[in-house]
Design a protein around this ligand. Structure first.
Ligand code: MIG
Length: 700
């Protein structure tokens, strides 16, 4: 069936289609060539048919070609709100927007007027007015774009691609189905959920120690110090500068002794230099990406002229992984993969030529950079993760990547690249982080305080006071800008940052459970407000107030919006400190219980021995929650070394009974003392501490 509708344009219905599972349909264009798309980086398992697409199936792509581009148009009907779309700048609701899939170093999100960022997620979620939802994946790594007007239109410079459609009753179910298709995040180490201090760059090593000491002296709970590019010898990856960082083991020991972890940067560009071990290993084995003539491509980055590993090749990924062995052995805890779009200096495109060549392997065909550009970072972090895991098989790898692709959440967490110390970009970090979560990447956050330009005391206080409720919490700033640590602006700003970060650490039992949920079923950690009531149209565009998990609503202090879910969401205050005018307001969902730990200064000290259960009853006098705990690192949890608790609250007459019981897991860790914070419209009333697992109190 082909219908000619204009010069050079041919519209065809799907040539072949099948159901891949319940509510997931796969559509192929005519002339589909598997070798030019598969194996797909997106899916955990290659897609298979489990039956025919039923006649009443609603969303069906129309495939066509136009001006040499492969097009898939998905008519969606009226009244649909679009979300997801991966790493995007601009508003939460994506209607009327266009996104270009061509991973780009995009300072201040200004490239292509914000249409192109560091990562590509050819994915759109649609929500109808009745709350039913769908998701659409274009299984395509080639340079492409999507526009979201009346319909969803994907356009690609590569060959015709298949389209996967998920149909569900709710957005949460769509995200679970996306996770089933694309995989789940791994459990992060607990320390990666703590507060992290970064700057481009802390050097020499004495400065790093000073930062660590200042965090402790100023009583800023914190877990991680980051080493940006200047630790390297002339920006050569997997080396240390002999003067600035003469003793990396000593430095990492120093940090570990003070309960800090150390994360170091590794870029993909390898300095072209004879005698440099890493560059020397490449030529013989032919590891580098090639130019169109077949010679190793050379592009300029920090170290000067560089070679770039061809990460499409399994043997290159394996070699890359082996580089981490000695490196991690210095005591490095986590790795930061930057510049992996890949970013190249001094060229107008800011990346490699589109006709550069990648060799592929393991079923992946050789192909041009036009096909493999968007998965350069993805394949790099896949190799990094494997190598780090091989180096430290008993630890959960932590990799942070700037570039990635749909499915890459399996390998790395991410941050939203180079923002700036600008209130508008602080505000934008909320929809950005939410939309990444609605695209299968729950573990992300912005540079708190802003990367470019000078921060101000107000901005740091504001940003930290809401940023602590994001999944990833790291203060970072660019070289040449003024200092941006919590103490850099004097005692008042320090106090505001401390209060906010204290609250983060108190909420860790709750936040860790949210990560467990993300690991199990793809639920985002930070959620849009409309998740509280997907049928309430007034919440669909709310992008200032947001949810951390399902039970905690965060309203930044500067926010002037008023859209709120119905029901008695009561205000909670986690620490009684004088109001500084910056702390975000927190509200707890009716029918929920939020576990709160005693204050700790880092996740090594953190424990749930004394646990406060904040109980906000629903109109029936009930509330419930799950709490998940394990060792916080390692993999024993997979063999049953974890603890899953159920907490319930019920009311009889005037008496409320709150009961905690371990429902699963062999780990006997459990709270030794409990108390309840009874959440009321006028404040929290605390019961005395008790040793048992049940707290009974009278509502008054
Ligand atoms: O060309 O390593 O986005 O976080 O501090 C800039 C220096 C390279 C870009 C990263 C930023 C990092 C910076 N990098």
């Amino acid at each position: 069936m082909a219908l000619t509708i204009g010069i050079g344009m041919e519209l065809t219905a799907s040539e072949r289609s099948y159901m891949n599972s319940e509510d997931v349909a796969v559509f192929y264009p005519s002339g589909y060539e598997a070798a030019r798309h598969e194996p797909s980086p997106i899916f955990m398992n290659e897609l298979k048919s489990v039956g025919d697409v039923p006649a009443e199936w609603n969303l069906r792509p129309e495939f066509s070609t136009s001006d040499g581009k492969s097009v898939a148009r998905i008519p969606v009907g009226k009244g649909v709100d679009f979300y997801g779309n991966g790493e995007v700048s601009g508003p939460l609701r994506r209607n009327g927007r266009e996104v270009r899939f061509w991973n780009t170093d995009a300072p201040k999100y200004e490239a292509d007027e914000g249409r192109r960022l560091y990562q590509s997620h050819p994915w759109v979620m649609g929500i109808r007015q009745d709350g039913t939802a769908f998701g659409v994946i274009a299984d395509n790594t080639w340079k492409s774009s999507v526009s979201l007007d009346e319909d969803i239109v994907f356009e690609s410079e590569g060959p015709a691609f298949r389209v996967i459609v998920i149909e569900k009753e709710s957005p949460a179910e769509v995200l679970r189905a996306l996770a089933d298709l694309t995989g789940h995040i791994e459990m992060p180490p607990l320390w990666a959920l703590g507060y992290q201090q970064c700057r481009w760059s802390y050097f020499p090593d004495t400065r790093v120690k000073e930062i660590a000491d200042s965090l402790r002296i100023n009583r800023i709970p914190s877990d991680v110090i980051w080493m940006d590019i200047d630790y390297m010898d002339n920006f050569k990856i997997f080396t240390f500068d002999k003067e600035k960082f003469p003793d990396p083991i000593g430095l990492n020991d120093y940090l570990h002794d003070r309960n800090f972890k150390a994360v170091y940067m590794i870029d993909p560009g390898i300095k072209v230099e004879e005698g440099y071990r890493v560059d020397d290993q490449g030529p013989a084995a032919d590891y580098w990406v090639k130019d169109a003539s077949g010679k190793p491509y050379v592009g300029e980055v920090w170290p000067g002229p560089c070679h770039f590993p061809d990460f499409t090749r399994p043997e290159v990924r394996e070699w890359w992984g082996t580089l981490y062995k000695d490196y991690m052995a210095t005591g490095i805890d986590g790795v930061w993969n930057d510049m992996n779009e890949p970013a190249i200096f001094n060229v107008e495109t800011s990346t490699m030529p589109e006709d550069n060549r990648h060799l592929g392997g393991d079923g992946l065909a050789p192909g041009p950079h036009l096909r493999y550009h968007n998965v350069y970072g993805y394949n790099m972090v896949k190799a990094s993760r494997d190598g780090i895991l091989a180096a430290n098989p008993d630890k959960r790898p932590f990799v942070l990547t700037r570039s990635n692709f749909l499915g890459g959440h399996r390998y790395a967490a991410t941050w939203t690249g180079d923002n700036a110390s600008d209130p508008a970009l602080m505000k934008m970090s909320i929809p950005m982080t939410i939309n990444l979560g609605l695209s299968g990447q729950p573990f992300n956050g912005p540079d708190i305080g802003g990367f470019f330009d000078d921060c101000t005391p107000e901005l740091l206080a504001q940003w930290t006071s809401m940023g602590v409720y994001f999944p990833f919490v790291r203060n970072h700033s660019a070289a040449g800008t003024r200092s941006q640590e919590p103490w850099a602006f004097g005692p008042e700003t320090l106090e505001s940052c401390r209060t906010a970060i204290n609250r983060r650490y108190r909420l860790l039992p709750y936040i860790y459970t949210l990560f467990r949920e993300a690991y199990e079923d793809g639920m985002p950690v930070m959620r849009p407000l409309f998740f509280a009531d997907v049928k309430d149209p007034s919440l669909r565009s709310e992008q200032e107030a947001f949810l951390l998990g399902g039970d905690l609503m965060v309203v930044p202090r500067w926010s002037e919006t008023t859209a709120r879910p119905s029901g008695e969401w009561n205000k909670i205050v986690l620490e009684d400190t004088p109001d500084d005018g910056f702390q975000a307001n927190l509200y707890q969902r009716p029918g929920s219980i939020i576990p709160v730990a005693e204050l700790s200064q880092n996740t090594t000290e953190y424990n749930t021995d004394r646990l406060t259960l904040l109980v906000n009853l629903d109109p029936e006098g009930k509330a419930a929650r799950r709490i998940y705990e394990d060792a916080g690192d390692g993999f024993e949890f997979r063999d049953g070394e974890y603890a899953d608790y159920t907490v319930t609250a019920s009311t009889e007459g005037n008496e409320v009974t709150v009961k905690l019981s371990q429902t699963e897991g062999n780990l006997k860790k459990g709270p030794k003392s409990l108390r309840v914070g009874f959440v009321t419209p006028t404040g929290i009333k605390y019961t005395p501490w008790t040793k048992g697992d049940t707290v009974v109190f009278k509502k008054m």
